[in-house]
Design a protein around this ligand. Structure first.
Ligand SMILES: Cc1cc2nc3c(=O)[nH]c(=O)nc-3n(C[C@H](O)[C@H](O)[C@H](O)COP(=O)(O)OP(=O)(O)OC[C@H]3O[C@@H](n4cnc5c(N)ncnc54)[C@H](O)[C@@H]3O)c2cc1C
Length: 383
C-alpha cells in the first residue's frame, strides 16, 4: 500500500527557477510533488537578472506575468571596454526583474498548482534507501522519501552529488544602486556589459527605478585589490571609465554586496543515477555574460519533466541533455575566453560599432535551443 502511494510522488530539492518550474509542470500533470527550499522566503540572489526571450516564453507558459511584477523591458545592449563603448539593438525581446520578485512569484505559482512547498528547510543529504527510494535528510533530522527526485539546488552542491572544482576560481558580486538621474536616463532600457582585466560585469535597470550591478572576477585579480569590495569597485571603474561614469553620484542600496564563489562555468553533468534528474545549474552552468542561465534552468526543468513523464530513465535524460547543450556551451565559453583577452577587450567595441550584426550572431549562437516539441507561443505583449 505504502509503495503504491509513493509511485507518483516526486521530491524536488531547491525552490529556485528550475525547481519551481519543474514542480509547477509536474503538479499540473497530476503528480504529487514536495518541494524543499532552504530559505524561509525568497531573498536577493547573485544574478544579472536579465531575462532572455526564451526565459520570457517559458515563464509565460508557467503562468508568470513578468510585466505585472514590474519587469523592465530591455531593448539595447551596450559593450564597454577601456575607453570605448558601442551599442546594438537586442535581436530578441528581453526584460529584467529582480530574482526576489521572480522567485516569489514562482513559489506562489507552485503552491497554487498544488505543490507541497516546505520553505526554511535545508536538505543535508540525499541518498538511496535499501528499498530503492531517494531519501532527503533535512536540517531538523526528518526525512522525505520518493522514487524520483529532481536536484535543483543551483549554485549549492549537495554532499555526494557535487560538481567539479572551478579551476578559474570565479567570484561573483551583486549590488543595487540608485543611479544619478542623468545616468539612469542614459542607461535607459539597456543592458550594459563592461570588460576589465580578470572579469566582466553588467549593469541594467530593474523594477523600482534602481539598477543592478553584477560582476564576476577571478580570485587572483580580486586578490590584487586586497580582496575588498570597495577597492575592487574602484579598480573596475579605473579600468572601465564607462562604469565610473555610470556610478558617478550613485547611491549603493545594500549594506554590502551579495557574493558567491565556486561557479564552474562550462560544466555540463555527464550522467546521473536512476530516478535522479539534475536540472538548472546542477545540470549546466553557462558563462554569465550570455544572460541565459535562467533560460537554461527553465529549459532543463521542462525537458526533465517531459522525460520523467515519458518514462525516460534519468541517466538517459542526462546524456541527451548534455549532447543538446554542448555546442551552445562551448561557443559561450569560447566567447567568454575572448572577453577575458586584452586584445579582444581593445577591439571589441570597435568591431561592434562597425558591424552591429556581430551581436545578433553571438546572441543567437549562445542561446538555448527551444524544445522542438514546444509550440510557438505568444510572447507577452510589450512589457
Ligand atoms: C554572476 C552571475 C550572473 C548571472 N546573471 C544572469 C542573468 O542576468 N540572466 C540569466 O538568465 N542568468 C544569469 N545567471 C545564471 C542564473 O542565476 C542561474 O543559472 C539560475 O539561477 C539557475 O537556476 P537554478 O534553479 O538552478 O538555481 P537557483 O535559482 O539558484 O535556485 C536554487 C535554489 O536551491 C536552494 N537550495 C540550495 N541548497 C539547498 C539545500 N541544501 N536544501 C534546500 N534548498 C537548497 C537555494 O536556496 C535556491 O533557492 C547568472 C549567474 C551568475 C553567477
Amino acid at each position: 500500500m505504502h509503495r503504491l502511494a509513493l509511485q507518483d510522488k516526486v521530491l524536488i530539492l531547491g525552490g529556485g527557477v528550475a525547481g519551481c518550474a519543474a514542480a509547477i509542470a509536474l503538479a499540473r500533470k497530476g503528480q504529487r510533488v514536495t518541494l524543499i527550499e532552504r530559505e524561509p522566503t525568497p531573498r536577493h540572489k547573485v544574478c544579472g537578472e536579465f531575462l532572455s526571450g526564451e526565459a520570457l516564453e517559458d515563464l509565460h507558459l508557467l503562468g508568470i506575468d513578468v510585466a505585472s511584477l514590474g519587469a523592465v523591458p530591455i531593448h539595447m545592449v551596450r559593450l564597454a571596454a577601456a575607453r570605448r563603448a558601442a551599442e546594438a539593438p537586442l535581436p530578441f525581446s528581453a526584460a529584467s526583474l529582480t530574482r526576489k520578485a521572480l522567485d516569489t512569484a514562482l513559489i506562489a505559482e507552485a503552491i497554487a498548482a498544488g505543490v507541497c512547498v516546505e520553505q526554511g528547510r535545508s536538505v543535508q543529504a540525499l541518498a538511496r534507501t535499501a528499498g530503492n527510494l531517494w531519501q532527503a535528510t533535512l536540517d531538523d533530522g526528518t526525512t522525505r522519501e520518493a522514487p524520483t527526485a529532481f536536484l535543483a539546488t543551483g549554485k549549492h552542491d549537495l554532499r555526494g552529488h557535487a560538481r567539479p572544482e572551478d579551476p578559474q576560481r570565479w567570484i561573483a558580486f551583486k549590488m543595487y544602486f540608485r543611479l544619478a538621474p542623468d545616468q539612469a536616463a542614459e542607461l535607459a532600457r539597456a543592458s550594459e556589459l563592461m570588460l576589465y582585466p580578470g572579469g566582466y560585469g553588467g549593469i541594467q535597470p530593474v523594477e523600482g527605478g534602481i539598477a543592478n550591478l553584477c560582476c564576476v572576477v577571478q580570485q587572483r585579480y580580486l586578490a590584487s585589490t586586497g580582496n575588498r569590495w570597495e577597492q575592487f569597485l574602484a579598480k573596475m571603474q579605473q579600468d572601465c571609465p564607462h562604469l565610473a561614469m555610470r556610478l558617478a553620484g550613485a547611491e549603493p542600496l545594500l549594506a554590502k554586496p551579495i557574493a558567491i564563489t565556486h561557479i564552474p562555468y562550462g560544466y555540463i553533468r555527464r550522467t546521473s543515477e536512476d530516478g535522479l534528474y539534475c536540472i538548472g545549474d546542477q545540470a549546466a552552468v553557462i558563462p554569465s555574460f550570455t544572460g541565459d542561465g535562467i533560460s537554461i534552468a527553465l529549459h532543463t526543468a521542462r525537458c526533465a519533466v517531459t522525460a520523467y513523464l515519458a518514462g525516460e530513465p534519468a541517466p538517459v535524460f542526462q546524456a541527451h541533455l548534455r549532447s543538446a547543450l554542448r555546442l551552445q556551451m562551448r561557443l559561450a565559453e569560447f566567447a567568454a575566453d575572448g572577453l577575458n583577452n586584452g586584445f579582444a577587450r581593445a577591439v571589441l567595441p570597435f568591431c561592434l560599432r562597425v558591424w552591429p550584426g556581430v551581436m545578433r550572431v553571438t546572441a543567437k549562437l549562445t542561446r538555448v535551443a527551444q524544445h522542438a516539441a514546444v509550440a510557438p507561443m505568444q510572447l507577452p505583449a510589450e512589457i
